[in-house]
Ligand binder design. Structure first.
Ligand code: COA
Length: 613
C-alpha cells in the first residue's frame, strides 16, 4: 500500500518534470558511435561490429540540430504514415493437421520443461537459504526488491534459466537476476544478486550474465542499476572468474566505459559487498547503502581478525554509517531497504531524460489465434509448415506487406507492425538458397536504409551441400557468395535487430539469420528450438565410412542433447527461452525498449568516465 502510494506520486511527478536534452556535439569519443542526437523521428546508427549498433536520428546524418529543432522535439506530436497492408493468409491446410498435432505434442512437453525450470529458479537457493536471508540477515528477497524498485512487474527478465544444468551444478538464475524494467517510466537495466544462492557469490556463469546485461545496456543505451548483495568471487572456481579479459574485472571496466558514454550507472548496496564486489558500487556514478544491511569492504571481519587479531563488527568495518559519514564511498544513507529503492527512483528522475510519447492509437490484434503457435512450432524439419502461418499470428491485424513474394521463396520478407511498431520481418521458410540469400540481403539493406528495426524468425533447416559434380560445385559456390552477402548486410545493418529462433539454428544459415554471433539486440529461443552447428541426425553428412556408424550415432546423440533450447539457455547463448504464445508481447516490449534511445541525452559531451574522488 505504502509503495503503491509512493509509486503514484512518482508517476505524477513524471508528468510535471519536463526532461530535456542537455547538449549536442558532433564528435564521438566511444567505440561504437560517431553520431549526434536530435529529437527527430527516424533513426540511424553507425555500424559497430565490436559493440553492436546504436540508433541515431536520420536527420543528424547531415546537419547539426539547431536549438529550435531541439525544442520542437518536445512539442511536435509525431505521426506515422497510414498503412493498410494486405492480410496474410494464416489458414493452415487440413492436410497438415498431423504435422500440427505432432508439433503440439512436442510443444506441450517443451512447455512442461519450461514450467519446471521456472519453478526451480523461483525457489532461488532453496528454503534454508531463504530463511537465512530473510530471518537471520533480515533482508528482502531479490524479486521483492525489484517490486519495490520498478514501476510494475511488467519487466523483461533476461536469461532466467542461465546457470541450470552446468557441469558445476544448478545455479538458479546464475545467482543474479538481470533484466529491463521501468523506473519512473524510464527503461533501465537491472542486475540484482540473489544472496540465497551461495551468498550471492559470482560463478563463471554469473559473470557472463552480468557482462551480457552490460552489453545489452550499452547497445540499447539503458541506464543501469545494480542491486549488490554478494560475497564476491565463488572461490573454488576463481580461475574461471578472475584472470581473463571477459572475467569479473570486465564488469568494472564496463561501468567506467558506459559512464563515459553517458550511460548512467547507479548502485544499491543491500547486502554484503566484499572484495571484488566492492568495486561495483564504487565504480557507479551514484550509490545508496542500506543501514545494518549493506556492508562494503575489501576484506571482511574474519580477515581482519586473522591479520591483526582485532575483533571488528561488519558495521564498524564497512557499514552504512562509515561509508556515508566517514569514507564518502556512498552517497545516500537509507535507514531501510524500501527507503533505498525510493531513493534510487529519485536518482533516476535526476538523469534528465526525455520519455517517449505515449502512443494512444489502438492496436489491431492478429486475426489468427496466437495459441495456434504451439502447433506451428516445428518439431522437426521433415514437414515444415509455411512460416506465414507463424507470422500471421504475431503481427497487427495479420497485415503484411510482402517483399519479393515470388522470388527466393525459402525466405519470407516483408513489412508489418507489432503493437504499432513498424518492423521488417525476415523469416525462414526453409534453407537459404542462392535466391533467398540475395533477397535477404536486399531486404535487410532496405530496412537499414529506412531505419526500420528487423525481426528475424529463424528456422534454418540445413541440407548438406554435397559436391558431386561441377554444376553442383558452381551452384554451391554461388550460394556461398550470396549467403556471404546476406551476412555482410545483416552484420552492418545499423537498425535494431531482434532474433527469435522458432525452430532450428544450425550452420551458416544461422549467421545470415542474425544468430548470436551477429549481435542482435536481443535473441530468444522457443522451447522447441535447437541450436548446433549440425542438426541432430545430420552427422552422417560428415562421417561417411561404414565403420563409423557407431561414431555417427554418438555424435547424433551428443547433438541432440547439446542442441536443446534448455542446454543453450543454461549456458547463456541467448537472452532466454520464451513461449511461442508470449512472443508478440516480448517483441513489443523489446521494440519499446530500443525506441527509448531516441529520447536520450547527448552521449558525446563527456570524454572521461565519471571519477569518484
Ligand atoms: N566462495 C565460495 N562460497 C562462499 C563464498 C565464497 N566467496 N562466500 C560464501 N560462500 C558460501 C558459504 O560457504 C555458504 O555455503 P553453504 O550454504 O553451502 O554452507 C553460502 O555461501 C552462504 O554463506 P553463509 O556465510 O552461510 O551466509 P551469510 O548470509 O551468513 O553470509 C557472506 C554471506 C557472503 C556475507 C559470507 O559468507 C562471507 O563473508 N563470505 C566470504 C566473502 C569473501 O571473503 N569473499 C572474498 C571473495 S574474493
Amino acid at each position: 500500500m505504502y509503495c503503491s502510494v509512493l509509486r503514484s506520486l512518482h508517476l505524477k511527478g513524471n508528468n510535471v518534470i519536463q526532461l530535456t536534452r542537455a547538449s549536442f556535439s558532433q564528435n564521438s569519443q566511444s567505440w561504437d558511435t560517431t553520431s549526434k542526437l536530435s529529437g527527430c523521428t527516424a533513426y540511424h546508427c553507425t555500424p559497430s561490429p565490436a559493440s553492436g549498433s546504436l540508433w541515431q536520428p536520420l536527420t543528424n546524418r547531415t546537419h547539426q540540430p539547431s536549438a529550435s529543432s531541439r525544442c520542437m522535439s518536445s512539442t511536435v506530436r509525431r505521426r506515422r504514415l497510414p498503412s493498410a497492408f494486405p492480410i496474410i493468409d494464416g489458414e493452415f491446410h487440413p492436410a497438415h493437421r498431423h504435422v500440427y498435432e505432432a508439433n503440439l505434442r512436442n510443444s506441450l512437453i517443451c512447455q512442461q520443461k519450461y514450467l519446471e525450470h521456472k519453478e526451480k529458479v523461483m525457489k532461488g537457493g532453496g528454503e534454508n537459504a531463504i530463511a537465512r536471508h530473510t530471518q537471520k540477515n533480515r533482508k528482502v528477497l531479490v524479486r521483492d526488491r525489484l517490486r519495490m524498485l520498478l514501476d510494475d512487474e511488467d519487466y523483461l527478465e533476461l536469461s532466467p534459466f542461465a546457470g541450470l544444468g552446468l557441469p558445476y551444478g544448478d545455479i538458479p538464475s546464475a545467482g543474479c537476476l538481470s533484466g529491463i524494467g521501468k523506473i519512473n517510466g524510464l527503461w533501465c537495466m537491472f542486475v540484482a544478486n540473489d544472496a540465497t544462492v551461495k551468498g550471492g557469490t559470482a560463478y563463471p556463469i554469473s559473470v557472463k550474465k552480468q557482462l551480457r546485461a552490460q552489453f545489452v545496456a550499452k547497445q540499447n543505451r539503458l541506464p543501469s542499476v545494480y542491486l549488490v548483495d554478494s560475497g564476491g568471487a565463488f572461490l573454488p572456481l576463481q580461475s574461471d572468474i578472475f584472470p581473463d579479459k571477459n572475467h569479473g574485472g570486465r564488469t568494472f571496466y564496463n561501468e567506467a566505459v558506459m559512464s563515459a558514454m553517458k550511460i548512467p550507472q547507479v548502485a544499491i548496496v543491500c547486502g554484503s559487498c566484499t572484495a571484488g564486489g566492492a568495486y561495483t558500487p564504487t565504480m557507479s556514478e551514484e550509490a545508496v547503502i542500506v543501514h545494518r544491511i549493506g556492508t562494503l569492504y575489501l576484506g571482511g571481519p574474519p580477515l581482519v581478525k586473522a591479520a591483526t587479531g582485532e575483533d571488528v563488527s561488519p558495521e564498524d568495518l564497512g557499514g552504512a554509517r562509515l561509508h556515508s559519514e566517514v569514507s564518502g564511498c556512498m552517497d545516500h544513507f537509507a535507514a531501510a531497504e524500501n527507503e533505498a529503492y525510493e531513493n534510487t527512483r529519485n536518482i533516476i528522475s535526476t538523469l534528465n531524460y526525455e520519455l517517449p510519447e505515449e502512443d494512444s492509437t489502438s492496436v489491431e490484434e492478429p486475426l489468427y489465434n496466437v495459441d495456434d503457435l504451439m502447433g506451428l512450432a516445428p518439431r522437426c524439419y521433415n514437414h515444415s509448415m509455411d512460416v506465414r502461418l507463424i507470422v500471421s499470428r504475431l503481427i497487427d491485424g495479420s497485415r503484411f506487406q510482402e517483399f519479393k513474394a515470388r522470388y527466393g521463396t525459402p525466405l519470407l520478407t516483408g513489412f508489418a507492425k507489432i503493437e504499432g511498431h513498424l518492423v521488417g520481418i525476415v523469416a525462414n521458410n526453409g534453407e537459404l538458397t542462392y535466391e533467398a540469400s540475395l533477397k535477404g540481403s536486399h531486404f535487410v539493406q532496405l530496412c537499414d536504409q529506412r531505419d526500420i528495426p528487423l525481426i528475424f524468425l529463424q528456422n534454418t533447416a540445413p541440407e548438406p551441400a554435397h559436391t558431386f559434380s561441377r554444376t553442383k560445385a558452381e551452384s554451391n559456390t554461388n550460394r556461398l557468395k550470396a549467403q556471404g552477402s546476406m551476412m555482410s548486410a545483416v552484420a552492418c545493418a545499423s537498425v535494431p535487430k531482434i532474433t527469435v529462433v522458432i525452430g532450428g539454428c544450425h550452420g551458416a544459415d544461422s549467421y545470415a539469420m542474425c544468430g548470436r554471433a551477429f549481435d542482435p539486440n536481443f535473441l530468444f529461443l522457443w522451447p522447441n528450438a535447437r541450436v548446433s552447428i549440425l542438426a541432430p541426425g545430420h552427422s552422417d553428412a560428415l562421417v561417411q565410412t561404414e565403420e563409423a556408424e557407431e561414431e555417427i550415432t554418438q555424435i547424433n546423440e551428443m547433438l541432440k542433447e547439446e542442441s536443446s533450447a534448455f542446454f543453450s539457455t543454461g549456458r547463456l547463448w541467448d537472452d532466454g527461452v520464451i513461449l511461442p504464445q508470449d512472443t508478440r508481447r516480448v517483441l513489443s516490449k523489446c521494440l519499446k525498449i530500443v525506441k527509448q534511445q531516441e529520447y536520450q541525452l547527448s552521449r558525446e559531451k563527456t570524454r572521461t568516465p565519471f571519477l569518484r574522488l
